[in-house]
Design a protein around this ligand. Structure first.
Ligand SMILES: C[S@@+](CC[C@H](N)C(=O)[O-])C[C@H]1O[C@@H](n2cnc3c(N)ncnc32)[C@H](O)[C@@H]1O
Length: 223
C-alpha cells in the first residue's frame, strides 16, 4: 500500500497518479478542480499561460500536467462513479461526463482592462444532486491573487470554503489536489479530506501549507 506523503488529524495526501492510487475512492464526496483539457500543457506548442506573479515558478510552473485532453479527468470521474461530486470545468468545452444536477458559475470578477474587454472571466462548476447552496457570496480572482501565487491554477481559499460548505456529509476527495486549496478548505471546516497530487513540487507545497494551519478543535471538557 502506498504511504501518505502527508497526514494530520483531518487531511491525508498521496503523491502519485490518481488513476493508479485508490485511497481517494473510499471518500464520500468529490470536490475537485481537475485538468480541464484546455491545453495548458508543456507538450502543447501554444500551451502554458501565466501571470506575472507566478513568474518565480519557472517555465514548468506555467503548465498543468495532463491538460492536453480531458482523458485523465474523464477516467477519474469514471472511477468515482455516481457518488456526490463537484467538478470545475471550462465553459469553453463540452460538459464533463456525469449526471449533473446543476452548473454553477464562478464569476472571477476580472475587469476588462486585464487582457481586453472580452477576456473570459468565468469558470463552470458542475454539481450532482446532494449539494445545498448556503450563501450568495462571490470571490474575485483579483483579491485572491496573493494567496495563489504558488500554483498556476490555484483556486481562492474563500471560494473553496464556500463550495465545501455546500457538500453533503462525509470525507472529501480531491484527486487533483494541486496546491491543496480544497483540502485546506475542508480542514478549516473541520472535515476529513483525502487528496492525490501527481507533481511532487505541489505535494511539498501542500504539506507545508497544511502543516502551517492552526485548527480550533473543540476537544470537549478536556481542559
Ligand atoms: C487545476 S490543478 C488543481 C489546482 C488546485 N485546485 C489548487 O487550488 O491548487 C490540477 C492538478 O492536477 C494534477 N494532476 C494532473 N494529472 C494528475 C493525476 N493523474 N493524478 C493526480 N494529480 C494530477 C496537476 O499536477 C495539477 O496540480
Amino acid at each position: 500500500m502506498t504511504e501518505p506523503y502527508y497526514q494530520d488529524e483531518l487531511v491525508t495526501l498521496f503523491h502519485g497518479d490518481c488513476l493508479e492510487l485508490d485511497a481517494w475512492l473510499g471518500a464520500d464526496v468529490l470536490v475537485t478542480d481537475p485538468p480541464y483539457g484546455t491545453q495548458f500543457s508543456a507538450d502543447n506548442p501554444k500551451g502554458g499561460y501565466g501571470r506575472r506573479q507566478n513568474a518565480g515558478l519557472g517555465p514548468e510552473g506555467f503548465t498543468i500536467a495532463n491538460d492536453g485532453t480531458t482523458e485523465t479527468r474523464d477516467a477519474a470521474l469514471a472511477l468515482w462513479g455516481e457518488k456526490p461530486a463537484l467538478v470545475f470545468g471550462s465553459p469553453r468545452l463540452p460538459d464533463p461526463p456525469g449526471q449533473w444536477a446543476d452548473r454553477l458559475v464562478w464569476d472571477k470578477k476580472r475587469p476588462g482592462m486585464n487582457g481586453g474587454p472580452w477576456r473570459y472571466r468565468h469558470e463552470s462548476i458542475y454539481v450532482t444532486a446532494g449539494f445545498v447552496r448556503t450563501s450568495n457570496a462571490s470571490v474575485s480572482i483579483l483579491t485572491a491573487f496573493p494567496e495563489q501565487s504558488d500554483h498556476i491554477h490555484a483556486k481562492p481559499l474563500g471560494l473553496m470554503e464556500a463550495l465545501v460548505e455546500t457538500a453533503p456529509p462525509g470525507t472529501i476527495a480531491d484527486p487533483f489536489a494541486g496546491s491543496g486549496t480544497t483540502l485546506v478548505a475542508a480542514a478549516h471546516l473541520g472535515r476529513r479530506a483525502i487528496g492525490v497530487e501527481l507533481e511532487e513540487r505541489y505535494c511539498e507545497l501542500l504539506a507545508k501549507r497544511l502543516s502551517q494551519q492552526t485548527f480550533d478543535f473543540d476537544w470537549g471538557d478536556a481542559s
